[in-house]
Design a protein around this ligand. Structure first.
Ligand code: KG4
Ligand code: ZN
Length: 340
C-alpha cells in the first residue's frame, strides 16, 4: 500500500492530501471555513457540515491534479473518524467510504489528535521515538509520551479550557474575530511588557495538568477595569499570551524532566504561536534538548497529517474493507494503543 488519500473534516477546515510511503507528501489542498463562521463568533456545526459537502470532492480533484495522479493510483483512503463535530465527521467519512467501496480500496479511520501528534514527522528535521508531545489545539491541551506509532501515554491535560480556547476567549473579550489566537498574538506585538500581570494557573500544582478557565475571567476583569484604548488592548493581549505561553512552556519542560527525554514535539493550532515556539526553543536548547514542530501549514487542521497518520497505521494494522463507518465525536487517544 503506497499511495494514501487522506480526508480531514472534523471541524472547520476541509483538508485533502496524497501521501506516498516512498515519495512523501505529493499534494495537499485545504479550504478554511473561518470566514463562514466569523459573524457567529464560533463554529456553527450545521454550516460546517454543509461546507464540507461543498468542498470535499473538488479538493480531492485538485489534490489529484496537483500530484499528477488519478483516482485509480490510490491504494487506500484515510479519513478523520473522530474526535470532532459529528455532522462534519460524517461528511469526510461517507465520502471516503463511498469512494473506497466504488474503487474496491481499503479504508482507515484516523484519530484527529494522532494526526496532529505525528505531523512533525512530515517536516525536516524530524524527531525520533520516544518523545514528549505538547498537543495544543482549539479543543485539547495535553502532554503525551509517544514511544512509537500506537504507543501513547497521557502525562497531563487541561482540566477545563484548552489553550486554544484561552487564546480565542481572551481575543473575543478584546473585540477580535473568531478564531482569535493568531490575531491576539499579532495585537500583543505592540503591547507593553509588564503593564499587566495575569495569573499562571496550576503552575505549581506538582502535576502536569493545566487550567485555563480562570485566565479568561482575569482578562474579563481587566477589560472591565480599564478603558479599552488601542494601547491597553495590546497590553492585555501581551499579558494573556505571556501567561498562556509561560504555563505551557514550564509544564512541557517539567514533562521532559520527569520522563528523562530530550525531544519535545509541539502539535496543534496553538503550535503556530511564535512566542511559544521561541520560548520552548530557547529553554529546551539550553538544557541540551531539541524542539520539533510541524511546518506552519501543518499546525492547524489539514489533510496531510491524516494521510500520513493513515499510512503509519496501515504499516501496523489491518485496513477495513467492510465500508461500514461509524464516526467517533468523542474518542480517547489512548484507546488507539496497540496491545502489548
Ligand atoms: O488544531 P486546530 O487547527 O484545530 C483544532 O483541532 O482545534 O487549532 C485551532 C486553534 C484555535 O484556538 C486558534 O486560535 C489557535 O489554534 N491558533 C493560535 C495561533 N494560530 C492558531 N493560537 C495562538 N497563536 C497562533 N498563532
Ligand atoms: Zn486539530
Amino acid at each position: 500500500m503506497k499511495l494514501i488519500l487522506g480526508i480531514e473534516s472534523s471541524c472547520d477546515e476541509t483538508g485533502v492530501a496524497l501521501y506516498h510511503t516512498e515519495r512523501g507528501l505529493l499534494a495537499h489542498t485545504l479550504h478554511s471555513q473561518i470566514a463562514l463562521h466569523n459573524e457567529y463568533g464560533g463554529v456553527v456545526p450545521e454550516l460546517a457540515s454543509r461546507d464540507h459537502v461543498r468542498y470535499t470532492i473538488p479538493l480531492i480533484r485538485s489534490a489529484l491534479s496537483k500530484a499528477h495522479c488519478k483516482l485509480n493510483d490510490v491504494d487506500a483512503i484515510a479519513y478523520t473518524q473522530g474526535p470532532g463535530l459529528s455532522g462534519a465527521l460524517l461528511v469526510g467519512s461517507s465520502v471516503a467510504c463511498a469512494l473506497a467501496y466504488t474503487l474496491g480500496l481499503p479504508t482507515i479511520g484516523v484519530h484527529h489528535l494522532e494526526g496532529h501528534l505525528l505531523s512533525p514527522l512530515l517536516s525536516n528535521p524530524k524527531p525520533t521515538f520516544p518523545f514528549v508531545a505538547l498537543l495544543v489545539s482549539g479543543g485539547h491541551t495535553q502532554l503525551m509520551r509517544v514511544d512509537s506509532v500506537g504507543r501513547y501515554a497521557l502525562l497531563g491535560e487541561s482540566i477545563d479550557d484548552a489553550a486554544g480556547e484561552a487564546f480565542d476567549k481572551s481575543a473575543k473579550l478584546l473585540g477580535l474575530e473568531y478564531p482569535g489566537g493568531a490575531l491576539l498574538a499579532k495585537l500583543a506585538l505592540g503591547g507593553i511588557a509588564g503593564r499587566f500581570k495575569l495569573p499562571r494557573p496550576m503552575l505549581h500544582s506538582g502535576d502536569l495538568d493545566f487550567s485555563f478557565s480562570g485566565l479568561k475571567t482575569a482578562v474579563l476583569t481587566l477589560t472591565q477595569q480599564h478603558t479599552l484604548d488601542a494601547q491597553t488592548r495590546a497590553d492585555i493581549a501581551h499579558a494573556a499570551q505571556e501567561a498562556i505561553v509561560d504555563v505551557l512552556a514550564q509544564k512541557a519542560i517539567t514533562a521532559l524532566g520527569q520522563t528523562e527525554l530530550n525531544q519535545l514535539v509541539i502539535a496543534g493550532g496553538v503550535g503556530a504561536n511564535k512566542l511559544l515556539r521561541e520560548r520552548l526553543h530557547h529553554d529546551i536548547s539550553k538544557r541540551g534538548g531539541t524542539v520539533f514542530y510541524p511546518d506552519l501549514e501543518f499546525c492547524t487542521d489539514n489533510g496531510a497529517m491524516i494521510a500520513f497518520a493513515g499510512a503509519m497505521r496501515l504499516q501496523h494494522q489491518e485496513a477495513q474493507r467492510d465500508y461500514r463507518f461509524n464516526v467517533k465525536p468523542r474518542w480517547d487517544l489512548q484507546e488507539l494503543n496497540y496491545a502489548d
